[in-house]
Ligand binder design. Structure first.
Ligand code: SAM
Length: 502
């Protein structure tokens, strides 16, 4: 039996099964203890976070007034740290070749009918142009695990291509990376390539379930996967992003595991996760989410997010287009700070028909291949997109529709990428959060990058709403000097200058 030790580098010790079970038991015993729950709410108000045990109690708590307090504290913390800014990003699927056997993912090796596709550098360039033309500045690249088809050299080449494309005023300024667990050496290469956050979803912290859900392939190794963030940090990547795929195992178990992982990173590296993502299992090619017994309701989902906001106040929280507009609106309030918009989860999904037609005047590189290796020459764009899709997207709105919607419901869509470009990663980013200087730094950056979006990409209605919003939000910059600089820079953006930041 392993002993719980947040400082250990062994997965079985820092994500300790017995300690999780004890925490859940303790939470069950005390979930109706009003005094205890109230004391935890008071502790959470000090903004130093809560332990995994304390967090598990709040999640289990069945006292309606306490639950109301959890939600309103989450809302308050969100407002204090992130104001009304929401950072925008999009996923970019590079390749769906994969040698793993994940039971929830349609890219699993045994799926022989899904077309396998890997973007050539020319196709990466086209996808990036399409994303830039929408207005995106921040991407998360995604790839299946396949050392032959998607080796690290391929990923690095794609990153280089992405940063090199500048279409019209377009610019991808931050590339986050969501690829399989790898070695310290390869993490160093990613760091040197200038990536932002390294994201790796744990899928499930429950080791036994993990082994069943990942029956074959390198991902089967639970410890190697769970210890990946330590190797990433050893490789120099300060910003790492955690996530559980909700629906695979019991959400209360996963929640404790997630917080233990955050505590472990803090204990060993002095800095917690930069982000936590909240994906739920979705329908996909040969995947039916109902085959997994642990689906959670929107109410539970919202409570998990609110509890997370209260327990790790400085961590960015991400929601993707897996969720509907209504669900996203609800959880934005309780702590989500980043969302994707206009996303495609297929390989090559952003290019329009004409571009794709051009790409089928192919060299061998451009060919779409089946898993068995046979070439499929007659794949229409529509079929191609549907068939290489990783999962169904619920929020299918365009980026402009999402931007407009966010502004209509009181948020500032931000295309800011300044922190990591200014060296504010890891604990330096956390210091910015804790210093209260966010309002003189992130807020102006949000307004200036929104202005770029409005000038270069917004539809008419969106632009009008945005200009009014910027005008009124200028008053919320505390420093007179910073405000004057921002006003001057907004004018320069109008004249064609780009990429200002604090
Ligand atoms: N291949 C990488 C790895 O092994 O971690 C990650 C890239 S994968 C494209 C990104 C994430 O999509 C996975 O970590 C998983 O959580 C999620 N995913 C896979 N199948 C899904 C499904 N059916 N519904 C929702 N999310 C899914």
């Amino acid at each position: 039996m392993y002993k719980y030790d947040p400082k250990s580098l062994c997965a079985d010790e820092f994500i300790n099964h017995e300690e999780i079970l004890k925490s859940l038991e303790w939470a069950d015993e005390h979930k109706s203890d009003r005094e205890l729950a109230q004391s935890l709410i008071e502790k959470a108000k000090e903004l130093k976070g809560l332990t995994h045990r304390e967090a598990s109690l709040l999640l289990a708590c069945d006292i309606p007034e306490i639950n109301e307090q959890i939600f309103s504290l989450a809302e308050q913390i969100k407002k204090d740290f992130y104001g009304n800014r929401i950072v925008m990003f999009a996923p970019l699927y590079l390749s769906n070749y994969c040698v793993n056997g994940c039971l929830y993912c349609p890219y699993h090796l045994k799926n022989k009918h899904i077309p396998r596709k890997k973007l050539t550098q020319e196709e990466v360039r086209r996808e990036v142009i399409a994303l830039q033309d929408m207005g995106h500045k921040r991407l998360a690249i995604e790839a299946g695990e396949d050392p032959v088809n998607n080796p690290i050299e391929y990923i690095l080449e794609c990153i280089k291509t992405i940063y090199s494309v500048h279409h019209r005023n377009g610019d991808i300024r931050r590339v986050n990376v969501n690829i399989a667990a790898t070695t310290v050496e390869e993490y160093k290469m990613l760091k040197d390539a200038g990536i932002g956050t390294y994201i790796l979803f744990q899928e499930t912290y429950h080791k036994e379930s993990y082994l069943t859900l990942h029956p074959t392939g390198p991902k089967h190794d639970y410890n190697y996967h769970t210890e990946a963030m330590d190797r990433a940090m050893e490789g120099g990547i300060d910003d790492v992003g955690l996530g559980v795929l909700f629906g695979l195992d019991k959400y209360r178990y996963e929640f404790v595991g997630l917080l233990m992982h955050a505590e472990h990173l803090e204990a060993v590296h002095g800095v917690g996760p930069h982000t936590i993502s909240f994906p739920r299992v979705k329908r996909a090619d040969d995947i039916n989410p109902d085959d997994f017994d642990n689906g959670i309701s929107d109410d539970i989902f919202a409570k998990i997010i609110a509890c997370c906001r209260v327990c790790v106040p400085y961590t960015g929280m991400i929601i993707s287009t897996r969720e509907s507009g209504d669900c996203r609106e609800r959880v934005l309030k309780y702590g989500i700070s980043q969302i994707s918009g206009g996303s495609k989860t297929s390989v090559g999904g952003y290019c329009d028909d004409s571009q794709s037609e051009a790409s089928t005047e192919q060299s061998e590189d451009h060919a779409v291949q089946t898993a068995s290796g046979a070439e499929r020459s007659e794949v229409s764009t529509e079929q191609n997109e549907a068939s290489t899709e990783q999962f169904d997207v619920s929020d299918k709105r365009s980026l402009d529709e999402v931007v407009r919607w966010l502004m209509e419901i009181g948020y500032i869509p931000s295309f800011c990428t300044a922190c990591y470009r200014e060296g504010r990663t890891g604990d330096r980013f956390m210091s910015l959060c804790k210093s209260g200087q966010i309002q003189n730094c992130c807020h102006p950056n949000a307004l200036m990058t929104l202005k770029e979006y409005l000038v270069d990409y917004a539809g008419n209605g969106t632009r009008e709403i945005g200009e009014r919003l910027i005008e009124s939000e200028l008053a919320n910059i505390p420093s007179d000097k910073v405000r004057e600089t921002v006003i001057e820079r907004l004018g320069l953006i109008e004249e064609g200058k780009r990429d200002f930041r604090f």
